[in-house]
Design a protein around this ligand. Structure first.
Ligand code: NAD
Ligand code: MG
Length: 390
C-alpha cells in the first residue's frame, strides 16, 4: 500500500496524559506514516507530558497547571517546542492553525471551551469528552454544522452507532440501543452501595479508564451522560434512546431502523479501536489488537437497568427529557460530587443526593445562551460544593 502520497494527519491531543490520551498516542506510535502528534496538553502530570513531547516532538505543549510551567520549559529547552501554560493557553493552542484534528480527551467541563475554539477554527473533532455535549450540545452541534466541522465520536457506544450508520444516510433511525456494562456494582442494592469505598468503585470489570469516568460507570451516570451525548450527535428525541445492560461489553451499541432491522457493532472492549476509527475515518486500519472469539465468550446477555437503585441514571433521563440548562446543571453537580467521593468526603449514595438537590435549586432556563451555560455550570458547582461543605 502506498501511503506516502497522503499527508500525515496532524493530531492535537488535548488531555494526552489521560487514559484516552495515552491510548491515542499508542495508535499514533503504531501508525507513524498516517499520524503525527502536533499538540499535546496535560493538566498536572508534567513528567509524562515532557516524556511524550520528547518522543513525539509536537510543535506546542500546554501544561494546565501554571506552577509547573518552568519545569516543563526547562526539560524541553533546546527543542523547538513552544511551551504554554494555564487554562487560557488551551484555547490559544486550539486556535492554532498547525493541526488537522483535535482529539478532545480532556475530562469534564474543562474540555468545552478548547473544543469550541477548535470548531471555530474549522478543525475536525474526535470527541471523547462527552461532557462537552452534555453541557452545551445544541450550541456545539450548531457551530460544527455552520463551520462544516465533523464531530467523530470516540466514546465506544457512539462510535458503534456511528459505524452502524455508515451507508445509511437516507434511512431514518427508529431508535438506538445503548449498551451498558452495568459497572462493578451490577445487581447490588442500596444497603450494599452505601458502604462501598472509592477503591472498590474504581475497579471496572471490563474497561480501564480515568477516575472520573470509572465512578460515573459505577453509578450509571456515565450511561445517562451518554444518552444526552447521543441525542446531540445523532439528532434524536429522548424516546428514541434506550439503555440495555449487557455485562460482557461485546456489543458496543445498536441501531434499529424503520424496518425493524437492528445493526450492532461488536468486538472486544478496547478503546484503541474507537480512537483509531475516529482518527482514520473513513478508513479502517490494520492492527494486531486481540480479536473476539465466539467460542470463548459464548453467552451475550441483556437486562433492564435498575433505575431505582442507580438513581443517577434516572436523574440524567429527567435532564435529557427536560433539556435546557438541566443537563449542564446535572453535569456540574456530578463533577463536584464525584470529586468529593474520590476524596472520601461523601459516600457513594450521597453522589445522587447532591445532584438531585442541585437540579432542584438552580433556576431552569429553556434555551440558554453559551454564557448562560457557563453561568449555570458555575452556579451548580457552588451550590453542590456548599452542600458538601467542600
Ligand atoms: P483521565 O482522567 O484519564 O485523563 C484526563 C486528561 O485530561 C488528562 O490528560 C488530564 O491532564 C487532563 N485534564 C484533567 N483536568 C483538566 C483540566 N481541568 N484542564 C485541562 N486538562 C485537564 O480521563 P479519561 O478516562 O482519559 O477520559 C477523558 C474523556 O474521555 C472523559 O470525558 C471521558 O468521559 C471520555 N471517555 C473516556 C473513556 C475511557 O476509556 N477512559 C471512554 C469513553 C469516553
Ligand atoms: Mg462509553
Amino acid at each position: 500500500m502506498n501511503t506516502q502520497a497522503t499527508p500525515k494527519k496532524r493530531i492535537a491531543l488535548f488531555g494526552s496524559t489521560g487514559s484516552i490520551g495515552t491510548q491515542a498516542l499508542d495508535v499514533i506510535r503504531c501508525n507513524p506514516d498516517r499520524f503525527e502528534a502536533s499538540i499535546l496538553t496535560a493538566q498536572h502530570n508534567d513528567e509524562l507530558l515532557v516524556q511524550q513531547a520528547i518522543e513525539f516532538n509536537p510543535h506546542t505543549v500546554v501544561i494546565g497547571d501554571a506552577n509547573r510551567y518552568q519545569k516543563v520549559k526547562d526539560a524541553l529547552a533546546g527543542k523547538s517546542i513552544q511551551v504554554l501554560a494555564g487554562e487560557k493557553a488551551l484555547e490559544e493552542a486550539a486556535s492554532h492553525d498547525g493541526y488537522d484534528m483535535m482529539l478532545a480527551a480532556i475530562v469534564g467541563y474543562a474540555g468545552l471551551r478548547p473544543t469550541l475554539c477548535a470548531i471555530e477554527n474549522g478543525k475536525a473533532i474526535g470527541l471523547a469528552n462527552k461532557e462537552t455535549l452534555v453541557v452545551a450540545g445544541d450550541i456545539v452541534m450548531q457551530k460544527a454544522f455552520q463551520k462544516r466541522v465533523p464531530i467523530l465520536p470516540v466514546d465506544s457506544e457512539h462510535s458503534a452507532i456511528f459505524q452502524c450508520l455508515v451507508g445509511e444516510t437516507r434511512n431514518p433511525i427508529e431508535k438506538i440501543i445503548l449498551t451498558a456494562s452495568g459497572g462493578p456494582f451490577l445487581g447490588k442494592k442500596p444497603n450494599y452501595l452505601v458502604n462501598v469505598k472509592r477503591e472498590h468503585a474504581l475497579q471496572h470489570p471490563n474497561w480501564s479508564m480515568g477516575a472520573k469516568i470509572s465512578i460515573d460507570s459505577a453509578t450509571l451516570m456515565n450511561k445517562g451522560l451518554e444518552m444526552i451525548e447521543a441525542k446531540w450527535l445523532f439528532n434524536l428525541r429522548p424516546e428514541q434512546i434506550q439503555v440495555v445492560v449487557h455485562p460482557q461489553s461485546i456489543i458496543h451499541s445498536m441501531v434499529q431502523f424503520q424496518d425493524g432491522s437492528i445493526k450492532a457493532q461488536m468486538g472486544l472492549p478496547d478503546m484503541k479501536l474507537p480512537i483509531q476509527y475516529a482518527m482514520a475515518f473513513p478508513q479502517r486500519i490494520v492492527n494486531d489488537f486481540p480479536r473476539y472469539d465466539f467460542k470463548k465468550v459464548s453467552t451475550l446477555s441483556f437486562e433492564e437497568p435498575d433505575l431505582r437503585t442507580f438513581r443517577n441514571l434516572a436523574l440524567a433521563i429527567e435532564a435529557l427529557q427536560k433539556g435546557g440548562n438541566l443537563p449542564c446543571v446535572l453535569n456540574a453537580a456530578n463533577e463536584i460530587a464525584v470529586f468529593a467521593f474520590l476524596r472520601n468526603r461523601i459516600n457513594f449514595l450521597d453522589i445522587t443526593n447532591v445532584i438531585e438537590k442541585t437540579m432542584a435549586n438552580v433556576a431552569f432556563i429553556e434555551q440558554p445562551t453559551l454564557q448562560q451555560y457557563f453561568d449555570s455550570d458555575g452556579e451548580a458547582r457552588s451550590f453542590a460544593a456548599d452542600l458538601i461543605q467542600l
